[in-house]
Design a protein around this ligand. Sequence first.
Ligand SMILES: NC(=O)c1ccc[n+]([C@@H]2O[C@H](COP(=O)([O-])OP(=O)(O)OC[C@H]3O[C@@H](n4cnc5c(N)ncnc54)[C@H](O)[C@@H]3O)[C@@H](O)[C@H]2O)c1
Length: 407
Amino acid sequence: MADIAVLGFGARGTIYSLIAAEEGLKIVAACDVDKERRSAAKRLLGLKDGMCFDSAEAFFAAGRLADALILSTIDGTHYEYAMRALDLGYDILLEKPIALTLAEVDDIAAKAKALGRKIGVSHVLRYTPFYMKIKEIIDSGVIGRVMNVNQTENVGYFHQAHSFVRGNWHNSVETCPMILAKCCHDFDIILWLTGKSCKKLSSFGALDYFKAENAPAHSAARCKNCAAAPDCPYDAYQIYSARPTWVRIPDGQEENWENAKKVLDDDATFYDKCVFRCDNDVVDHQTVNMVLEDGIVVNLTMQAFSGKVYRRIQVGGTFGEINGVLEDNRVELEIFGKEEKQIFDIGVHDSVSPHAGGDRLLLVDFMKYVDSKSGGFKADIDKSVESHRLAFAAETSRLSNGKVMEF
Ligand SMILES: NC(=O)c1ccc[n+]([C@@H]2O[C@H](COP(=O)([O-])OP(=O)(O)OC[C@H]3O[C@@H](n4cnc5c(N)ncnc54)[C@H](O)[C@@H]3O)[C@@H](O)[C@H]2O)c1
């Protein structure tokens, strides 16, 4: 059985490692620049001496340590590390986004092809029982010809504030456009469900709310000093007291609200910056309209302003309609003219694998792909390049007043 190395032992690297342990997959090496993450990796994986690295330089200098590499460092490192890993002969499970420009995405795909290496991209939605059920229904033909798809990525007001206003993905120059970071999965799932490619798209959207002109009267630069905080849903102390594990707590301290609060109290950290006074430039709402082959019309909306984080989909066919919310794990099928709707309760209960069980199935399938001589992988890089192409095109369109982009 093929073995694995993990580069980037943060949230994603840890999830894959926990799943690997449960599935009997062997992780033999890990690398992270963060001391605490390395200690966690050693503890969890029981690595041999010399197999836990503190820099990517040292990791790559050690040569090829396993058959497959889980590449789960931050977005801006994916291009360099994927290219180096391919040179060393790794097959790669690459976190999305593949890279930060379309040229880099194409480069990685071309190099993998030239070297005969396998790259799977972590499009976990393809592996969720929820979307697999929807695909099965569409492919069965019971809803007739697909005419319309509406997919909404509801980011959640607190998640938007954490990731796209204050945190890691707030600035498109430092990272990437939000439509790529958040919705390359959605473009991918729409192409997969319909089995069609996109002929043209246009997009509108902007950063309209999280900016200085919308700051409440008497508000301050930090929530801790802010007179408006009690009435502000974006008050960091309200958001993180409900989610203390979202705060990066210093080495050796327990993950709890008491320790998280000390981090918020420290002005050197970003957590309690006023959401109206950050240097964010990514959108807070955006919509993409697409025309696929056979005239299927699609709307994809990504928006911050929801109470929960959830994806909703509606597929309209000539004989019936599918509706569902991924996080509910429930698919509704209505056949026109029949009174009763069919309800499919998917019933995934996987405490380790987020994305409604998708991460587990994706990792297990990827390792079968690595082991196989001829088998395929649902989310290989060639398929994923298409979703990235659409995300980059949507951003170009948005910045050009909705210009129609044709393919
Ligand atoms: N597939 C999905 O649905 C999904 C979900 C969330 C995040 N992601 C992607 O996964 C990747 C990781 O995200 P995360 O949430 O785990 O982030 P994270 O910050 O929790 O983890 C990243 C880890 O990489 C380490 N790191 C950073 N630079 C490094 C370097 N040069 N060398 C070695 N280690 C380094 C950090 O110390 C950290 O532990 C990102 O690209 C993100 O966009 C994908």
